[in-house]
Design a protein. Sequence first.
Length: 365
Amino acid sequence: MIIKQIETYRLSVPLIKPFKTALRTVETAETIIVKVICENGITGFGEAPPTHVITGDSLYSIETTIQNIFKPFLIGKDVRLFEKVFQGLHSLVIGNTSAKAAIDMALYDCLAKSNNLPLYQYLGGYRDSLETDFTVSVNSPEEMGEDALSYVAQGFQVLKIKVGKDCLADDIARITRIRETVGKQVKLRLDANQGWTPKEAVSIIHKLEDLDLNIELIEQPVHRIDIQGLKQVTDHVDTLIMADESVFSEQEAFEVLRTRSADLINIKLMKSGGIYKASIINKIAELCGVECMVGSMIETKLGISAAAHFAASQKNITRYDFDAPLLLAKEVIQGGIKYEGRTITFPDAAGLGITGVEEMISVDL
């Protein structure tokens, strides 16, 4: 299965409403779509959204890395020799994890198609369906309460609440309002996106525990490089702490796990550089008795399909944050995973099950 051609396209899709976190506000989802075409006619799809404040990747850097570095290396390679291909891919350039992820998922799409299996089955097939949470972005307590109630009415039983943008009192007001609005049966997760100092994180989490708001977990409370601060928070609160931006590579995962700096790890393909490295991170975590969540950036159903296939394939991945396509104002991806409220199911088709992408724009570099 020899790689014949690699093509990149730009895609832009507006969001239903602006998505606000402690790090950024997004009104339009911009992304790079990749097609890997093999000599036997098999085509694999991949996706890489630019998330400057997290991965450092831009539209231009993703395109340039794929076209000028990965493409010359991959043309003529046999995808079936995937260990050699993926090792080579990750040794070609430092960072650029989003570009690596787009190529990675396209190659895995090809591999699963060549074996006539849905990707989640090719990777292990532990589950055949998932339940995603839904994210409540940062707004006023009143608006966030209304949004949360709307998502619960649509069938979502786990809400991820963005915090860390303003003062601690505002965060407590937002969380309290949402809990009062949705009741006690709905699970609440918080994502501070590095928005607190260690002392602030311990203080606000203790207050949330004293208020009996029943928070399931808190994601990345402190700056990503402050592993000691992350451990300080984990050691001084009862609520589960999840590392997100602190874990891009398997080496960073090992350090967080070795020092017991977090209770859980959030794996994202755009951070790890794709499924190949994400699998290693998950296995290291599993050996340490630490469960993982798989999440995403603001991606279309293409990238989320790849992440969901990976998540469903592994026993140790127990939490899922795959609501990004539901934030978009229109659907431009044909095929892929299917949403029925909070439940995600997989097509019987081989690979990712993607059959086409609308409104792609080819850009000459």
